[in-house]
Design a protein around this ligand. Structure first.
Ligand SMILES: Nc1ncnc2c1ncn2[C@@H]1O[C@H](COP(=O)(O)OP(=O)(O)OP(=O)(O)O)[C@@H](O)[C@H]1O
Ligand SMILES: [Mg+2]
Length: 359
């Protein structure tokens, strides 16, 4: 028996080394099965995705998904390519599109099939996010709009000519109109920041001066809420950034601390502490409050658009629920980050971190 006789007929027909190299060069999980459904070639991503995958063994041992296995059998039998979905829930939810393509031997018979898996998880997540976003934005606009229309109808109907009612309703209508305008402004700035996401800002901005400035502008709100602001930001900390955008970061964080940092019992004066510090490569603005804090299950979702711990409280304080989403986008664009630590009934610390300016 010569050496050639021991090489499986199929491998010869498929020029195995080339097939192996081609499949190996594919970026997505891929493999080839023979006419009996045994795995003869698979690439690294496939082994990583399917820990049970073994060369020479039936694919079904590694991938127990009836629709994929059935598709593979049909393709091997009919020679017609198919694409089927495959979703997994454990350990994490993932969605794939599996393409099964027939491979014919020299005589034209289907000798094998190439399976490629395309990961659609991220695409599906983005689609869902977009749909949720539109639903949320519409809902947020519809509530004040419905209220305004209700008042207009009342003024045209039962309250027609009632000067007292008119004055009262106009105040509410103006408030609702302002709320809609604020929401639209926030949505527009979010989309503007998103558009610029990949262009990194370059100017030198003094984070300490910026924090002092915002603390001054928010002093009236703090006074109104009975909150004392303490600021420790004497020395300049020059970071690389866009001044207007960093102003929004400071405004959102300090305003949140004032709005949500009030203690419920009112036993002692509420305090918000602002500090600006620097490390070797980064500048940080730390905003700390001693309010009711945020439960750990909310923390990972806080920067999602429209996410609020207590929607009623946020709306009552004229919040749109977009503030922290804007903060996160701005810091991402700055190649910086936001960290949040919080303890229920002890308060929260929000830290915006931005790379220093090289100068
Ligand atoms: N310092 C804080 N202490 C407690 N909860 C907070 C604090 N900061 C934010 N939160 C919670 O996070 C939610 C999201 O904050 P975010 O700034 O994104 O929205 P908002 O303040 O409701 O609206 P906007 O910022 O548009 O006025 C808030 O509704 C609030 O529940
Ligand atoms: Mg806010």
């Amino acid at each position: 028996m010569s050496d050639d006789d021991r090489v499986p007929a199929l491998a010869v027909q498929l020029h195995a080394p080339i097939v192996e190299k081609l499949v190996g060069a594919m970026p997505e999980p891929a493999g080839v099965v023979d006419a009996e459904g045994r795995v003869i070639v698979a690439n690294r991503p496939a082994f990583a995705l399917l820990p049970g995958l073994r060369l020479g063994e039936p694919l079904i041992l590694a991938l127990r998904t009836p629709n994929v296995i059935d598709a593979m059998r049909r393709v091997l039998a009919t020679g017609e390519a198919e694409t089927v979905p495959w979703s997994e829930r454990v350990p994490i939810e993932r969605l794939f599109e599996v393409c099964v393509a027939p491979i014919e031997d020299a005589s034209g018979a289907v000798a094998a099939a190439l399976l490629t898996l395309r990961d659609l998880t991220e695409q599906r997540r983005l689609e869902r996010m977009r749909v949720d976003f539109i639903a949320n934005a519409s809902h947020e606009l519809r509530t004040p709009l419905a209220s305004m229309l209700g008042f207009i109808e009342t003024l045209q109907g039962s309250a027609h000519g009632d000067a007292k009612a008119r004055d009262k309703f106009l105040v509410i209508m103006r408030e609702q109109g302002r709320r809609m305008a604020r929401l639209i402004d926030d949505l527009l700035s979010l989309s503007r920041i998103e558009q610029k996401q990949h262009v990194r800002p370059e100017a030198a901005v003094d984070l300490a001066q910026l924090a002092r400035h915002v603390a001054d502008t928010l002093a009236p709100l703090a006074r109104e809420m009975g909150v004392e602001i303490k600021i420790d930001a004497e020395r300049a900390v020059m970071v690389t950034g866009d001044r207007d955008e960093l102003l929004r970061v400071a405004e959102n964080l300090i305003e949140n601390a004032i709005k949500y940092g009030a203690r419920q019992d009112g036993a002692s004066a509420d305090q918000v502490e602002i500090a600006v510090t620097r490390s070797a490569s980064e500048g940080s603005m730390i905003v700390r409050d001693y309010g009711r804090g945020i439960a750990p299950e909310h923390l990972p979702r806080l920067t999602e658009r429209f996410y609020r711990v207590d929607p009623g409280q946020s709306r009552a304080k004229n919040g749109t629920g977009l503030g922290l989403a804007i903060v996160k986008h701005i810091l991402t664009r700055h190649r910086g980050r936001l960290t949040i630590s919080s303890q229920l009934d002890r308060g929260s610390t929000f830290t915006a971190i931005v790379p220093l300016h090289p100068s």
